[in-house]
Design a protein around this ligand. Structure first.
Ligand code: CTP
Length: 212
């Protein structure tokens, strides 16, 4: 289970990141554990406390998250990528703080590896892959595009513009997009949404030995 944002450092004082709070990912981790799963939570920097009884690994950058995800995916039945991985990082990390007097008004960026797409491209049989899609428009279509592009089994689409579904709120309303179609869930707490996601995961074509 991954959750939260990643941070991509620019210099010792600054980084690029996003508004992910980690709440949805932490709710998924906790509900999975309550339902009997052995959970490894790989978390970017968040303001949430570590869930009791869950092996939580803290990472900062997308590169660190990738390393941990690839290592733990080897033994996993299900990988859920709720983390908002930064798509880009500064091309160059400056060892010294950039001073205003010498700063240029442009930061050159390069793409981070797409962890979910990498897992989807190389996955072993039996590994179930769930991704998220944070969208501001064309939600269902974007979900379907990501399902195909990243070779996932399920994409959970959420609307980042809604007051009750955006960043850092306690509720969510998601669309579940899988290979057989899509389904909109009602507006629910993130914990209830997490439980509905697990209910749906159990309806997907199942690798042997999985019960949650
Ligand atoms: N993801 C990932 N590694 C990245 C970027 C995204 O693993 N470098 C995963 C996220 O954890 C999420 C899914 O891919 O499960 C979709 O992330 P999102 O940011 O919505 O999609 P992008 O591929 O970045 O596409 P776009 O920016 O076009 O929306």
């Amino acid at each position: 289970m991954t959750a939260g944002p990643t941070r991509e450092p620019l210099d010792p004082a600054r980084f690029l990141s996003n508004r992910s709070s980690g709440k949805m990912g932490y709710a998924l981790a906790k509900t999975a554990a309550r339902r009997g799963a052995e959970v490894v939570l790989i978390s970017g920097p968040v303001a949430l406390s570590e869930p009791a009884g869950i092996n939580t690994i803290h990472v900062t950058t997308a590169a660190e998250m990738r390393e941990q995800v690839l290592e733990h995916a080897r033994d996993a039945d299900i990988v859920v990528k709720a983390a908002a991985v930064a798509d880009f990082k500064p091309k160059k990390y400056r060892e010294q703080k950039i001073k205003k007097s010498s700063a240029e008004p442009l930061i050159e960026l390069e793409q981070n590896p797409d962890i979910l797409a990498e897992l989807g491209g190389t996955r072993r049989p039996g590994l179930l892959l769930v991704g998220f899609a944070a969208e501001s428009r064309n939600h269902e279509q974007e979900g379907l595009n990501k399902l195909r592009r990243k070779n996932a089994d399920l994409i959970v689409v959420n609307d980042i513009l809604g007051a009750a579904t955006g960043f850092d709120v306690e509720t969510n309303q998601v669309i579940l997009v899988d290979r057989s179609g899509s389904r909109q869930l009602p507006l629910l707490s993130k914990v209830e949404t997490a439980n509905r996601i697990w209910d749906h995961v159990l309806t997907l074509p199942s690798p042997p030995g999985r019960s949650l």
